[in-house]
Design a protein around this ligand. Structure first.
Ligand SMILES: Cc1ncc(COP(=O)(O)O)c(C=O)c1O
Length: 492
């Protein structure tokens, strides 16, 4: 092992020698420098060369309050460290986990009242699927136990009822374990969450994944037939979902897992009636509906939860990122009273746990984040500014390479096209040249961080901290305007 004294550490060299960055072509750093971000304030970041960047991606769609609350949140973390640096949620509670669960339940719509904490988004999705799998078993067991009177269970009376229950329990119950996700959706990288992902490029290296998942169309309208009405589009999507359920075997499916607005592929908002239809289909086949709100919760769409924005009425919500504005590694699953109910029996439990789930310091940080969001009127601010943000971004539609602007709140994508009239997209080779060969570097050089992404069709994702205002909107559009105009010339 090579040991380098920390005081003498050359960060650039050490990064090249020792750090393995996520989803990163490490070979690219043989000739190029690793970008090293050293500090942040408001919507801005600074690198180790003193260069500043407008972070139009809020970290990873996640630093909702921006970078300036380190002192205040750090103080909350310090106090928690002094009081109780760690204790577990395995059979025990502690004040911050309780307070945070109660706070989240008060902000979440409907009767989403029960919170299970974990360390991030992938774990949240993993936990949601496991919860759905166990929910039907727990519910089934409860029904069987319900047949047995307390006396009979003790063996004193009604032995035939006990016998029936035992026989019933031995029958293969309809076992619900399959899940449905959407094409090009990203739900994390652990094997369960990855299986729900609908992005071939990140699935393929790890195949075979859990086979019990099907993917249905996302709500990308841009490449649908020109004459199709919104109602027809909704009808198509819902019919496809129902067909998938029927093909999988309706009594084997436990979970439909989708984002309120799908991020990967570029901010696909739902057509009118979509969520009401999905809810209705899930009810018809007794399937749990899970809203993946890892990005959309905590203000990104101008509401505490995107489910509220679209009246989704999910049974389960997954959350992470904005819960702490990413000042801490914390995520969680919220369940409705209905989902919780079978787990409230004297002997039942959700057979799942994670050491750091509900960590005292992480929960203290998340609580402080929510306090700051309320005090600074962050969520209201998004609603007040969203139209101005959209109008500013819409100026980019004048460029020949920008085909579509889609999204809502502080969550947008620009689709880049080869031909605006025909909506023709770029080939794989052209995408490589456009996104990785030019745009990513050009934007970074111009001091703007946003994501050039081609997990679906090529898009630029724009998702700034929720404290951004008109000055930041203008700066984003100013830089994008110049860089995209140049990109259009290059690709001609
Ligand atoms: C919708 C969604 N779900 C899950 C995840 C996984 O979260 P994490 O990276 O915290 O594991 C992400 C991450 O971007 C996400 O966008």
């Amino acid at each position: 092992m090579t040991v380098t004294s920390p005081t003498a550490l050359d960060l650039q060299q050490a990064a090249k020698d020792h750090l393995w960055m996520h989803f990163t072509r490490m070979g690219g750093f043989e000739t190029a420098d690793v970008p090293i971000i050293v500090r942040g304030d408001g919507c801005y970041l600074e690198d180790s060369n003193g260069k500043r960047y407008l972070d139009a991606l809020a970290g990873l769609f996640s630093v909702n309050i921006g970078y300036s609350f380190g002192e205040e949140i750090g103080q909350a973390a310090l106090e928690q460290m002094r009081e109780l640096p760690f204790y577990t949620n395995w059979s025990y509670a502690h004040p911050r986990a309780i307070e945070l669960a109660a706070e989240i339940a008060s902000l979440a719509p409907g009767d989403l009242n029960r919170v299970f904490f974990c360390s991030g988004g992938s774990e949240a999705v993993e936990s949601a699927w496991k919860l759905a799998r166990q929910y039907y078993l727990a519910r089934g067991e409860k029904q069987i136990l319900g047949l047995v009177t307390p006396g009979a269970r003790a063996g004193a009376q009604e032995p035939e009822v006990v016998h029936d229950a035992i026989v019933a329990a031995a029958q293969p119950m309809p076992r619900r374990y399959k899940a449905i996700g959407r094409h090009i959706a990203y739900h994390g990288t652990t094997l369960g969450a990855l299986s729900i992902n609908g992005i071939p490029a990140i699935r393929t290296p790890f195949e075979p994944l859990l086979a019990e998942v099907r993917h249905v169309s996302n709500t990308n309208r841009y490449h649908r037939p020109a004459k199709e009405t919104e109602a027809e589009f909704t009808g198509f999507l819902l019919a496809e979902l129902e067909q998938a359920i029927l093909a999988m075997g309706p009594d084997t499916v436990c979970l439909v897992h989708m984002e309120p607005v799908q991020n990967a592929g570029g901010c696909f908002t739902p057509p009118a009636g979509y969520w009401q239809g999905v809810r209705e289909i899930c009810d018809r086949y007794d399937i749990l509906l899970s809203a993946d709100e890892v990005i959309t919760a905590f203000g990104r769409l101008g509401h505490w939860f995107g489910s509220e924005r679209y009246d989704i009425r999910p049974d389960i919500v997954t959350m992470a990122k904005g819960l702490s504005s990413s000042y801490a590694a914390i995520g969680g699953v919220i369940a409705t009273d209905k989902v919780m109910e079978p787990f409230l029996g004297a002997t039942s439990m959700f057979s799942h746990g994670i050491t750091f789930g509900g960590h005292p310091v992480m929960t203290a940080i998340a609580l402080k984040n929510i306090e700051i969001m309320k005090r600074e009127r962050i969520v209201e601010g998004v609603r007040e500014n969203e139209q101005a943000f959209r109008n500013t971004l819409a100026q980019l539609l004048d460029l020949p390479i920008v085909g579509d602007l889609r999204g809502t709140g502080y969550f947008y994508a620009l689709e880049l096209v080869k031909d605006k009239d025909t909506r023709e997209t770029f080939s794989d080779e052209e995408c490589e040249r456009l996104l990785r060969g030019y745009l990513s570097n050009a934007l970074f050089d111009a001091g703007l961080i946003c994501r050039a992404d081609d997990r679906g069709d090529p898009v630029l994702q724009i998702s700034p901290p929720l404290v951004a205002g008109q000055a930041e909107f203008d700066e984003i559009v100013g830089i994008l305007g110049e860089v995209l105009a140049e990109a259009a010339t290059l690709m001609r």
